[in-house]
Design a protein around this ligand. Structure first.
Ligand SMILES: [Zn+2]
Length: 269
């Protein structure tokens, strides 16, 4: 069917809005990063082309850009945050860490907490639901408490995934020194890292916030390899679990590209 004028218009305005939002994000959050300025320029060119009635070439961001690794040296003395929920009834850390803080924290846990399990690997996930638009500002501490409540009361679980990442940082959810729940076949041996977004959709996969959540996920995995004794050969995706039919962490995410990016970060943390 040939789209009507008003259908064409609504597709156009949706495209315009998405591009404008993307550009606003680049400008507000990543202006200091040179390649993001180039991205913002490309988006501006597209907006102009759209305004002139031209057809758009899709913008394909580099699949797995590395996170900014320029400032990983922690200044001062690191004090680990208090867990939001302590004790043995579904304890959660529930705190956010910057990249530099996360390195210090992983080292601190390794040295100071007694481990209730012996992790040997890492499994990556996407959150799927919630997706990016449901969490416009990423996670907060209340979200951590709400997830614990849901896992405990709706799923009947006594623990959850170890880490959540969003476009702002790395959240430790399940204490790293304890076994979690995230993938049937891997719960007893692997850390679970959940990246905010639904990467079965192009909208979340290509959005700079989605790219950033994945970059934080790669970073977290690399730090666990470097500082928590996880082998660099032991990264996998939830979809590698024969017990699931999910495409987690999303059909757009390519495993070997992702793994290569993680291994590059390992050398720098
Ligand atoms: Zn998963």
């Amino acid at each position: 069917m040939v789209p009507t004028e008003s259908e064409k218009e609504s597709v156009l305005s949706e495209e315009l809005r998405e591009l404008a939002e993307k550009n606003q994000w680049y400008i507000e959050n990543r202006w200091g990063v040179e390649e993001q300025q180039a991205d913002a320029k490309r988006v501006a060119d597209q907006l102009l082309a759209l305004a002139n009635g031209e057809t758009l070439q899709p913008i394909t961001p580099e699949d797995n850009p590395l996170p900014d690794l320029s400032d990983l040296d922690f200044q001062g003395t690191f004090t680990p945050p208090k867990w939001q929920i302590e004790g043995n009834d579904f304890p959660i850390v529930g705190r956010k860490f910057s990249k530099a803080e996360f390195i210090e924290y992983v080292k601190w846990v390794k040295k100071n907490e007694s481990y209730h399990w012996a992790p040997t690997g890492i499994t990556m996930h996407h959150t799927g639901f919630p997706n990016l638009s449901i969490r416009p500002n990423g996670f907060n501490e209340q979200h951590m408490l709400n997830m614990r409540h849901g896992y405990k009361n709706d799923n009947g679980w006594s623990c959850g995934p170890h880490i959540y990442t969003d476009d702002h940082g790395i959240w430790v959810f399940n204490p790293l020194s304890r076994r979690g729940i995230h993938a049937v076949s891997y719960n007893s041996t692997r850390y679970g890292i959940e990246m905010l977004g639904n990467f079965d959709t192009e909208a979340d996969y290509n959005h700079p916030r989605g790219v950033s959540a994945r970059a934080h996920g790669m970073f977290a995995a690399a730090v666990l390899m470097k500082h928590a004794g996880i082998s660099t050969t032991k990264l996998n995706f939830h979809r590698h679990d024969s017990e699931t039919r999910k495409k987690c962490p999303g059909s757009h995410v390519n495993f070997s590209d992702f793994e290569q990016a993680v291994l590059k970060i390992v050398e720098q943390v």
